[in-house]
Design a protein around this ligand. Sequence first.
Ligand code: SF4
Length: 379
Amino acid sequence: MKGLDKEDYKLFVEDALQNCIIVGGACRNGCSFCSCKAQAAAGLKNWTEYISLEDLRSVLHYIDPNKTIYFGEGVSFLSCEPFQHPQYLDLLELLNQHFPNTPKRTTTICKGIDPQHYDRLRRAKITFVAGINTLDRQKRRALMKGPEDYSGVVSFLDECAELIDKISLLYTGDLEVLERDLDQLYAINPALERTRIMLRLPEYSMHHNSVVRELHYYAKQTWHAAIRLFDDKVEKPQYWLRSLSDFPQGTRHWQDEQGLNIHDGRASFQRRMDDVRQRFGDELKKRRVAMLLAESVWDYCVATYPELEANAIKVRNRAFKGSYQVAGLLSRDDLLGAVKDNPPFLRYLVPKDVFPRFKRDILGHHLDWNYGSLALDLI
Ligand code: SF4
């Protein structure tokens, strides 16, 4: 294995410092809804060569043994399906020799995993997010192009159920398919009923094709009904948080110490709003301060705090267009566009999620924007 080139290696080290190790390689699957491909088309992240055993060995001293190691996914790169790496198990075993007691986690679509290797996975103490999307053969054919391995997926779900930390399903707009998927999962192995299961609404950006756009709008029509059904049938339901308002009343609340559910999402937003009101209460009342809010929270904010509607500026995602709403996918220019389109304020409160890495936005723009005498505060 040749390993990473110099430029990629630098970022590989940065990722290792965050306990994330990609294994490299461009994904050979053809999921139409793939967000990795959209990120590649937008020029945000790249695929890399497969990493070598030497690449891995050289960053082991950066790893914090007291934190989960994400092995097969990273921050700086697109991550291929980890089991496509021809030496994934050798790499995993090398990692495990050094960190036998540290939890390891990765995401897989569960294809191409040789049953003869299940014991090696158990010994390496790795757990998985199983991104199976759906078990409906017809939908899989339409949405997940690429080599199919249906019996392999079923066998992995059954025999390695104890290694599966979470299952991720894509809502295709068909309630019957969703119900069947859940029944089938529980029939494969009843232990999966006690696993966290996440439901995602397909999202699209300007970098996806029209099929994904249509899928999004089709699925959205019955999204609330899907949540009700899911809430009813899943012991530990989770939802991909697209918007704090995108959920019907009465969505079930269960305590999940590892993930973020709609209730935690709303509570976290309310905590931030309490902080904002405490720090800027007078200024907000005098209309001197405005909040630049992603679409994912704007509706919820004005419905929950109607007295702050005049201070809440909705920021649309112009960088990617489409259905992406969360703050983490906004750019500096999206924020500036919203400032320009609205009456002026003296100070703007900016979600810190827009600038998560070295105070840069998702397109690499730095926070110190130069836009007249704009005063900013990260919240
Ligand atoms: S397996 Fe993952 S990375 Fe590969 S095409 Fe599907 S969604 Fe994209």
